[in-house]
Design a protein around this ligand. Structure first.
Ligand code: FEO
Ligand code: CA
Ligand code: CA
Ligand code: CA
Length: 598
């Protein structure tokens, strides 16, 4: 197949077939390059990557590990350059350190891991005439944020006794960010980053709230608590309350202190995506990625201002401090039905229904009020999962990324999978989560009432039910299933300039590698899903950015296979045999220089 084949505008490429190739595989007629890898120096003075002599000081000036969310932002005045912001979700010590002893990590290894977490900002430059991107080391906007960078807690719960520690009696200053999964880009020129599985870094949890957030009762796998007591809840019980937020980062101001926004609640934030109301207030969607957990919406009360002056930027950085946090409750409009092997639909012919955004708490300039009986506002913002439990929010199949369409306003919610649905005493399939033992996940389409982002009611329907199209329990928005690619475990979602939804996957259960897919959401080809690329062995596909002439993906955790190590790699990507496996960012473009998929 040639580029320019069948499909909706933006999706006219020859679909990549499912495969298990240890490489990034792109459609015929497309080219790719590795933009930046774990360990490449980006700050002044940082040394070249030397995996056998890695130090924390070196890592703090180099691109971090396990890139997830990506933003590619404009850089006015610098021709051919853009500003790349990346999340570094977590570390895979066994794949980073030769001879790693999980029982006895060294201080240096632990400090390397701290420095490999967090965020990177790095200016990238394009080769003229191709889509190839390369980093610009030592640019003044290049920056690393790590597990030890100073952060400010802002919003209604900042300063709360729940957030005070012996190192920070003010409850407003935190060191570092952990497990930044996906994120979002704001219309006011900052980036948002979801702190997701923060529970895994904290030892000796004992309270019911620790349990609800999955904090273990014993030692952690990484053993950081041996090197910094803040990771030991027996010694610092409130430190864990300072993680699990949406982080806001101003990549255009390298001296800025990044923030953690308490008004958006504390849970395993997969991501945070922003749209504006007609009068300019921010609305932020965020999923809590856990089996049987919820998804949320924040509606701000302050209006965004336009401009780039300091006062304007400062105002806009406070937009997420005031507003109301809501959680979603979905109701099917027919008797709860499971999609079964016969592909039977509910009695009314469609998996759809209505939903409400249930208010949890409102933050104002004068303080905050709780809308949840028996919980204070501080408790709602810090123990948000418990608030969702109390108001009867709908238990979903692992809510991951959420993205409103800039073309139609409809909102897409990726639900990655839930093998425990309907197992034992767990909640059974319902219309919005229609499969028991849901291996492959699904995508919901929400329509806010009157298409207003701030509405407190919405309608929803199933857009995709993932899996092998030959499986009768799959659904591709009604498109003929003999003409779509198999897909499993949708995770990140993004829109291209044509209004197509792009979906990256994590944990493909169909025996082939994860990848990136595009699907039309409107018109005659709505539901036609096509695979654009696949990633190497053991990797998941993250952070897609779909520009007119370029696709950017983060290849996260290549070679992460049980039993693999530096000595016994499962992947030789990206540098070939004998070289350590490195998570990296990849750019893809059309060889003939034309737009992607037209
Ligand atoms: Fe870090 Fe929910 O994926
Ligand atoms: Ca229905
Ligand atoms: Ca994810
Ligand atoms: Ca995931």
């Amino acid at each position: 197949p040639k580029p320019g084949g069948q499909g909706a505008r933006g999706l006219r490429f020859g679909a990549v077939a499912p495969n298990t190739v240890d490489a990034v595989v792109v459609p015929d007629g497309y080219a790719q390059n590795v933009v930046i890898r774990w360990g490449e120096p980006i700050l002044r003075g940082a040394p070249a990557f030397d995996p056998d002599n890695q130090t924390a000081a070196a890592q703090a000036g180099q691109f971090g590990y396990n890139n997830d969310f990506l933003a590619l932002l404009p850089l006015p005045g610098e021709r051919g350059r853009q500003l790349l912001v990346a999340n570094h979700e977590y570390t895979d010590e066994i794949l980073m350190f030769r001879g790693y002893d999980a029982e006895r990590p060294t201080r240096e290894q632990v400090e390397v891991a701290w420095a490999a977490h967090g965020l990177s900002a790095v200016v990238v430059e394009e080769d003229r005439g191709t889509g190839r991107l390369t980093p610009v080391p030592r640019h003044h906007l290049n920056r690393r944020v790590t597990a030890t960078t100073g952060f400010r807690l802002t919003g209604p719960a900042a300063g709360s006794p729940l957030l005070r520690t012996s190192a920070d009696p003010t409850g407003t200053k935190v060191l570092g960010t952990l497990n930044n999964c996906s994120g979002g880009t704001t219309p006011w020129g900052t980036t948002l980053h979801g702190e997701e599985n923060f529970n895994q870094y904290f030892a000796n949890g004992s309270r019911p709230t620790d349990k609800r957030y999955g904090v273990g009762t014993g030692a952690t796998e990484r053993k950081w608590e041996r090197f910094d007591k803040r990771f030991d809840l027996a010694q610092e019980p409130n430190e864990v309350h300072r993680f699990g937020y949406v982080v806001e980062f101003d990549p255009y101001d390298p001296d800025s202190t990044p923030r953690k926004h308490t008004a958006l609640g504390r849970f395993k934030h997969e991501a945070a995506t922003v749209r504006l109301t007609a009068d300019g207030r921010p609305v932020v969607y965020s999923g809590d990625d856990e089996r049987f957990d919820y998804f949320y919406k924040f509606v701000g009360s302050k209006r965004m201002r336009h401009g780039t002056g300091r006062a304007v930027r400062e105002h806009n950085l406070s937009l997420l401090d005031e507003g109301t946090l809501y959680v979603a409750r979905l109701t099917g409009d027919s008797p709860a039905v499971e999609i079964d092997g016969s592909g039977k639909l509910p009695a009314d012919g469609e998996f759809d229904g209505g939903g409400q955004w249930i208010p949890l708490a409102t933050a104002t300039a004068d303080g905050a009020v709780s809308h949840v009986e028996g919980m204070s506002a501080d408790e709602v913002f810090v123990f948000t999962r418990l608030a969702g439990d109390k108001v009867g929010a709908t238990k979903m199949d692992r809510p991951e990324d959420i993205q409103p369409s800039p073309h139609t306003g409809k909102v897409y919610v990726a639900l990655t999978n839930n093998g425990n649905r309907g197992v034992g005493a767990n909640a059974k399939a319902d219309e919005a989560n229609p499969r028991n033992a849901n291996k492959h996940g699904h995508v919901l389409e929400l329509t806010e009432r009157h298409n207003r982002p701030e509405s407190t009611e919405f309608a929803w329907s199933l857009f995709l039910v993932a899996g092998d199209p030959d499986d009768p329990a799959t659904y591709f928005a009604g498109f003929p299933k003999d003409a779509v690619s198999p897909i499993s475990c949708p995770d990140n979602v993004a829109f291209d300039p044509h209004g197509n939804l792009w979906i990256s996957t994590d944990g493909n259960q169909l025996g082939s590698h994860d990848g990136l897919f595009g699907v039309a959401t409107c018109g005659e080809r709505r539901g036609e899903l096509k695979q654009f690329l696949t990633v190497p062995t053991g990797a998941e596909t993250c952070g897609p950015v779909i520009q007119r002439r370029r696709v950017l993906v983060a290849v996260q955790h290549p070679g992460e296979i049980d039993g693999a190590s530096v000595e016994k790699p499962a992947s030789t990507w990206p540098d070939g045999p004998g070289k350590i496996t490195r998570p990296a960012v990849v750019a893809v473009w059309r060889r003939d220089g034309r737009d992607i998929g037209v």
